[in-house]
Write a protein that binds this ligand. Structure first.
Ligand SMILES: [Zn+2]
Length: 292
């Protein structure tokens, strides 16, 4: 089944809930960036978290960028997503693999390190808004929940899970985001806590075939809710050959002239998706002319 996200509202509007499956997306990220298992888990959690954040956007031209700026060996993670369900992302160093942590899980915290989480929302009316919070665990889900609760003042629970097979491929990935509005009752909060405990690891649920709606049903059990929307989600970059040429048009003309003379072209790699664009001398010439 293709990856998708489901959005629900519960307790008469007091609870907003989102669940998503991202197995294909995380596999695409792994394949494009050649990530090693610990990095696959870290990038996969960040991509999944970005999709959940972008599901809270309201206008179709809005987007969100998540930067996890840690001092660990990964050297930082950057992902962005839009209201249409597209997500893309990369890590500075994809070839990081660490021994499992004390719980036998991927040592994502060790790979991420200490530092800050930055979330930038590009909003239709308000423009750019960036919030920052400290990395409190490095496991990413806890860091996002802390960010949303502290920086955006919306108490939130986040779970992100990636399961990697011995051959390095992703067998299951997904996550959920629960946001509580101020009027949420104490009983509803307690019920959510019980449900979250009972549900266990979200990657296990996805691996066992749970859909986003089924994940929502587990978390919202005993609470009146309805699913409002289902949307397909996909790893998709905004780069293109035309954009690569346009970037060349912003470079110093002498430098472009030099690339034409010495290399008969240029090679550009997109950070976000690792796509390589080999531009010919003619295309560089065209970029040079577009500068005027
Ligand atoms: Zn790209």
């Amino acid at each position: 089944m293709a990856d998708y996200l489901a959005r629900a509202i519960g307790a008469g509007g007091n609870i907003r809930a989102f669940a998503v499956t991202t197995t294909d997306i995380v596999n695409e990220g792994r394949r494009r960036h050649d990530t090693w298992p610990t990095t696959t888990a870290a990038l996969g959690r960040a991509l999944t978290g970005t999709l959940l954040l972008s599901a809270t956007l309201k206008d179709k031209n809005e987007s969100v960028t998540l930067r996890i700026d840690g001092d660990g060996p990964i050297g930082g993670i950057t992902c962005d997503g839009d209201e249409q369900g597209h997500v893309r992302g990369y890590v500075r160093n994809p070839h990081v693999d660490l021994d499992p942590n004390a719980h036998g899980k991927f040592d994502v915290a060790g790979a991420v390190g200490q530092g800050f989480v930055h979330v930038t929302r590009q909003l239709a009316l308000e423009g750019l808004y960036t919030g920052t919070s400290e990395i409190i665990s490095g496991e990413i889900a806890e860091d996002l929940a802390y960010y949303l609760t502290k920086s955006e003042q919306t108490p939130s629970a986040v779970a992100l899970g990636v399961r990697v097979a011995p051959d390095g491929t992703v067998v299951a990935a997904g996550g959920y985001l629960i946001q509580l509005m101020p009027a949420t009752s104490e009983e509803e909060r307690e019920q959510l806590e019980i449900n979250i405990q009972a549900m266990g690891a979200v990657s296990t649920a996805v691996e066992e075939g749970s859909s986003p709606e089924e994940i929502l049903a587990s978390i919202l059990a005993g609470i009146d809710y309805k699913v409002l929307e289902r949307r397909e989600v996909v790893f998709q970059c905004r780069c293109s050959r035309e954009r690569a040429v346009a970037v060349m048009a912003t470079i110093d003309p002498d430098e472009v002239e030099q690339m034409i003379a010495e290399d008969q072209g240029a090679e550009m790699t997109c950070h976000f998706c690792n796509e390589v664009y080999r531009l010919s001398a003619e295309e560089l010439q065209q970029a040079r002319q577009e500068q005027h």
